[in-house]
Design a protein around this ligand. Structure first.
Ligand SMILES: Cc1ncc(COP(=O)(O)O)c(C=O)c1O
Length: 331
């Protein structure tokens, strides 16, 4: 099935990413578990943002932009991947990051340094301050004759979310070929764009591929009004595709496993990281995918994810964080 060829998209990712059964984790959790390896999208250390950037940077180039400004936390995977993709396209990236958190030159900050990226750490914990700094930088660049393109946190706008509508089409095609019928897709919700894309994709393609609704279950890893955010992006993305859908805030399936806070590792997340590493040789990260799989494990224990379910977990990347953010101290 072709995916809306009239919407411009660049090729940045190596697709399709692998999808396979997690044999040992399935046995450990008594569920039928599959993984979509979007940590292997093929730019930098991989991750979900590459799919969004195929749309966003295509838009930047179409508008004649030569520089890209984006933001995130100090260890933002999104920011590092935006820089890497921009570099591949010979655009100049600028990263304006929230300067609280792990700011030593390790993890994603080390990777950005290796790429020679202009990184500006703003001494704040608030995105409001960071967006002000981004606007100031934009004015400076414009005055210098540059044409900057601004990408908000996580690339979580309707155009970026199309990357995950397309990812669902890719995953369902793979599962159909394998003769596997998913009941649910589970993933991390950090700024809401991936959630919106997966929810819309599940809505558009669940019936078409499997004759039923497939749940899109987001695990929140930060404290944001995600029902509002996701709904707005779903409706915006559906409008871009010309596919009107009935979707309201009550359709957003979300479970909160943020714990003590965004980017603060949780015990549940650390258990998930260790289980997947020890049983599957698969590395999750402490900020997103560890908490997401930890949430999945807990929802299995609580019976929210039923015994007979076939679940697709999206490994959305985040390897940089594994080398920068410490797990909680025991005891
Ligand atoms: C590794 C990883 N997983 C999941 C997410 C969450 O995706 P979204 O921001 O679209 O909610 C992010 C966001 O930065 C990420 O870096």
């Amino acid at each position: 099935m072709e995916f809306y060829p009239h919407i411009p998209r660049l090729t940045l990712a190596q697709l399709p990413t692998p999808l396979y059964r997690l044999e040992n984790a399935s046995a450990a959790l008594s569920r039928n578990l599959y993984v979509k390896r979007d940590d292997m999208t093929g730019v930098a250390l991989g991750g979900n943002k590459v799919r969004k950037l195929e749309y966003l940077l295509s838009d930047a180039i179409r508008l004649g932009c030569d520089t890209v400004i984006t933001t995130g936390g100090a260890q933002s995977n999104h920011a590092m991947l935006t820089a890497a993709c921009a570099k591949k396209l010979s655009l100049t990236p600028y990263l304006v990051l929230k300067g609280r958190g792990v700011c030593e030159k390790k993890g994603n900050l080390l990777l950005s340094d290796l790429m020679g990226v202009d990184v500006r750490l703003v001494d704040t914990d608030s995105f409001k301050d960071v967006y002000t700094a981004m606007e100031e930088l934009k004015e400076t660049l414009l005055a210098a004759g540059k044409k900057p393109y601004l990408i908000p946190v996580g690339g979580s706008v309707p155009l970026g979310a199309l990357g995950y509508v397309r990812a669902v089409l890719e995953a369902f095609t793979q599962m159909k070929e394998m003769g596997v019928m998913p009941d649910r897709i589970v993933f991390a919700t950090g700024s809401g764009g991936m959630h919106a894309g997966v929810a819309l994709g599940a809505l558009l393609y669940g019936e078409r591929f499997f004759g039923k609704r497939v749940h899109a279950t987001g695990i929140a890893v930060s404290d944001e009004p995600f029902r509002e955010i996701v709904t707005e992006i779903v409706l915006g993305a559906a409008a871009l595709l010309g596919e009107p859908v009935a979707f309201t805030q009550s359709d957003v399936e979300l479970y909160d496993y943020t714990g003590a806070g965004y980017a603060i590792p949780s015990e549940q997340g650390s258990r998930a990281i260790r289980l997947m590493a020890a049983r599957e040789g698969l590395f999750l990260d402490p900020v997103y995918t560890g908490k997401a799989f930890g949430g999945l494990m807990d929802l299995c224990e609580k019976g929210v994810i039923g015994k007979k379910e076939t679940v697709l977990f999206i490994h959305s990347g985040g390897a940089g964080g594994l080398f920068a953010i410490e797990e909680p101290r025991k005891g």
